[in-house]
Design a protein around this ligand. Structure first.
Ligand SMILES: [Zn+2]
Length: 254
């Protein structure tokens, strides 16, 4: 069975700092491979709440170092590795999460294999292939990802400002998870707004798109309603994630 469980769907300062939505990232179960993407604040608590075992993780992937994506990375590395006594898994992060002002602490690094993301990099974990086809446009080093499993592809568009190459790179993925923080653009913080997300979904044309990482503007505008509007406009099945959503990638059902 393959699917995704959302340990949080909040994004942006107001929503995350006030925990109007949780912020633990999402847990991918791709066959027998478990991967945690973007363990923001509360990821450990939410994983346990959803009866997920951090010790079963094969990898923790960070799109970028901002605290709403990375806060729990160290505690999750400890949880993945039995407090460091059972070294395992991989921690796959941008270079600037390791170097100056590192978010991955030095003392946890020997517990796991640290992999530095480079644009275009591909790697595999058993029968799952992960690629990082594009660095996005965000204030810190940020990478989108494509997960390949069972001849299907799941794309993840993390925080980014809009740029047309996103549509080309993710074109044809079967499933798309896309971070939509804003209704309107604020150039200072470099995030997608809802119209840009809709444009991307319309040109990428996945079988199913899941919106997540909502800021206050999107929460006020009802993520469900926005998902419905994008569905009507693009003909793509679009879902607004909620905390705890468990979506299956088998047979395109939820
Ligand atoms: Zn960010």
């Amino acid at each position: 069975m393959s699917g995704v469980i959302f340990l949080g769907t909040g994004g942006g300062r107001m929503v995350v700092l006030n925990q109007m939505r949780h912020s633990g990232g999402f847990w991918l179960r791709l066959g027998d491979v478990n991967i945690l993407q973007d363990p923001g604040p509360g990821s450990l608590v939410m994983a346990h709440k959803h009866v997920l075992k951090p010790s079963s993780l094969d990898a923790i992937v960070l799109s970028h170092r901002h605290i709403d994506h990375s806060n729990d990375i160290n505690v999750m590395i400890e949880a993945m590795t039995g407090g460091g006594f059972q070294p395992r898994g991989r921690v796959i992060v941008p270079r600037d999460s390791l170097n100056e002002d590192p978010v991955v602490l030095q003392y946890v690094r020997p517990f796991t294999e640290i992999v530095e993301i480079k644009e275009g990099m591909e790697l595999s974990i058993r029968n799952i292939n992960i690629s990082f086809p594009i660095r996005t446009m965000h204030p810190v080093e940020t990478y989108g990802a494509i997960y390949e499993f069972n001849s299907m592809r799941l794309g993840y568009i993390p925080d980014t400002e809009y740029f047309p190459e996103l549509a080309q790179v993710f074109k044809g993925v079967d499933f798309l998870i896309i971070n939509v923080v804003r209704m309107t653009t604020d150039k200072r913080i470099r995030h997608l707004n809802i119209k840009e997300a809709a444009d991307l979904i319309g040109s990428i044309k996945p079988k199913m798109a899941i919106l997540t990482h909502f800021g206050l503007q999107v929460l006020k505008a009802s993520p469900d309603h926005q998902a419905m509007l994008i569905s009507e406009r693009t003909g793509v099945r679009v879902i607004a994630a909620y905390d705890g959503l468990n979506a299956s990638f088998e047979g395109n059902r939820v």
